[in-house]
Design a protein around this ligand. Sequence first.
Ligand code: CP
Ligand code: NVA
Length: 339
Amino acid sequence: MNHFANRSLLKEIDFTPNELEYLIDFASHLKQLKQQNIPHHYLQGKNIALLFEKSSTRTRSAFTVAATDLGAHPEFLGKNDIQFGKKESTADTAKVLGSMFDGIEYRGFAQETVEQLAQFSGVPVWNGLTDQWHPTQMIADFMTLKEHFGHLKGLTLAYVGDGRNNMGNSLLVTAAMLGVNIQIGAPTALQPSATVIAMAKKAAADSGSQVLVTADPVAAVAGADAVYTDVWISMGEDISAHERIKQLLPYQINAELIAQTGKADTIIMHCLPAYHDQKTEVGQALEAEFGVTALEITDDVFNSPQSVVFQEAENRLHSIKAIMAATLGDLFIPDQWFK
Ligand code: CP
Ligand code: NVA
């Protein structure tokens, strides 16, 4: 009996808090197996499609290595390699892939596309990022928090920057579900939608956590155990970079803002990729125009001892492995564990 059998992970709210925490703990277990070189071929003989409409370093690498470690065969299907999005509908693509592959990862634009892949393929589908949600990233991020602090409930997480993108949405809702206080600092125009805030507030009422959405970056980081940021311009956004940078400069994660947490041991998080490096051509242009050499996070904070960004990145492997093994593997995970 496997409670997770054949389920898709399309967005966090499709799972219960207990189920998300099970996946986090399972990921930690798989990390230990990997570190001790203990085989864990839960998906022996399975075939996994990796469908990417947008580019990726971590998600693609994590799915590829995770599938291989689990004994499965991963097949990368980039947007220029297949008919999808040009000559063939999502439904038809889903039916074909589902008849050959045992599971499908999708990264792309519309949440509707990943929902349709799940509806028409008949196999588990895992959302590797859409414009709305980034659920596999959440298992890695909350796993990282749990590794660092030993628990989740009662922690305070601040997310500062673009509060309306996939990361803002996912962190807001997942933290609220898992009993982590969540404080979003973003200009009014880039705050999460009323629908996502309402979803988070409902989850927070159940878990006992607090939700704060504010335009004041200092109020957002006050008392934070972890401060998180993301790129200011997400993949596929067609906006003026100049306007967005002007809008978000007061929300840059730098030493001055981190000092406002009032805590000495606040950790720094970022899903990556990050713009923190001043040694590039773009960095020089930024310095000339805005007087800054980094965007969402300064290099000193990014590389500080409190930064766990590369631990988070590694945890993408273990968490994605847990998600695939739980939903596709022949595991004993009884329903009564989740009542
Ligand atoms: N964090 C993350 O999803 O990274 P990639 O875009 O490199 O996959
Ligand atoms: N918000 C970013 C996340 C990248 C992992 C983007 O969508 O580009």
